[in-house]
Ligand binder design. Structure first.
Ligand code: NAP
Length: 243
């Protein structure tokens, strides 16, 4: 791809942020965020915030802005925007690559219960559990009925929660020692997490292993079909040279 060409980077992850600083040196880059976080971390390139209006809206935006390539570096659980990007790319013929970090695999001796979704994660918590929910603010409704548990939901911005769910307001990244101290202070008996993958979010899983805590691990949705998937920032840069 020619230097200075227009690229849309769909973000909301640490990788997208890191990639934005690399790409903004050689491309006309727009980084797009959903607007889920009140004060997002700084990115390279121009920032736009908010939805496009589905695949339709995104396809129109790509055409109107003369975008030459789309990099989907959204979170592996952000299935809707990835599906929209795939559909918009198909309709417009705009090249698209999906940056998706490798999933975590269960270390030997760990106590992981694999579940398909958040509803199954909520159902997997035993009565009376003190569960640490690292599943994001969007997961609140899934745990709303578990009033027989004491739950702690980590969020970046404060959100109103039912009495059995306490907010833990904090911004990543987190280190293992701090996660261990937090779980001990809260008397956590179970960790509930999505299988986000990557090093940055792994400290809580390591902390749970160190404390011998069971982990309820929500499996990832599949990536969209017919879109090339790469695992590393360098692979995205290499892909851009092929189009
Ligand atoms: P989602 O369910 O896949 O997307 C919901 C809607 O939000 C999309 O249809 C789109 O609206 C808009 N949207 C999502 N990402 C966008 C982006 N980067 N730029 C512009 N619009 C975007 O996504 P989600 O799970 O709510 O996650 C929202 C954002 O948070 C994502 O960008 C993701 O990378 C980040 N994130 C998600 C998680 C997670 O666990 N899901 C964790 C960490 C970070 P329109 O249809 O109107 O275009």
């Amino acid at each position: 791809m020619a230097e200075g060409a227009r690229i849309l980077l769909l973000g909301g992850t640490a990788e997208a942020r890191a990639l934005s600083h690399r790409l903004s040196k050689t491309a006309r880059l727009t980084v797009s965020l959903a607007g889920a976080v009140a004060a997002p971390a700084e990115v390279g390139g121009d920032l736009r915030v908010g939805g496009f209006g589905g695949a339709d809206g995104l396809a129109k935006w790509l055409g109107a802005e003369g975008v030459r390539a789309v990099v989907d570096a959204t979170h592996p659980f952000a299935a809707r925007i990835s599906a929209n990007a795939a559909e918009a790319a198909r309709r417009t013929g705009c090249p698209l690559v999906h940056l998706r970090r490798a999933a975590w695999t269960e270390p030997e001796g760990a106590d992981w219960c694999h579940v398909a979704d958040l509803a199954a994660a909520a159902a997997a918590l035993p009565q009376g559990a003190r569960g640490f929910l690292a599943t994001g603010r969007g997961s609140l409704p899934a745990f709303a009925s578990r009033r027989d548990c004491d739950l702690f939901l980590r969020v970046i911005d404060p959100v109103e929660m039912p009495p059995h769910i306490a907010p833990v307001v904090a911004r990543p990244p987190f280190d293992m020692a701090a996660e261990i101290a937090l779980f001990q202070r809260l008397g956590i008996t179970h960790l509930v997490t999505k299988n986000a993958g990557g090093r940055g979010a792994y400290a809580k899983v390591e902390a749970a292993a160190m404390l011998g805590l069971p982990v309820i691990m929500v499996s990832r949705p599949p990536p969209p079909e017919n879109v090339p998937v790469v695992a590393r920032i360098e692979d995205v840069l290499a892909w851009l040279h092929t189009i």
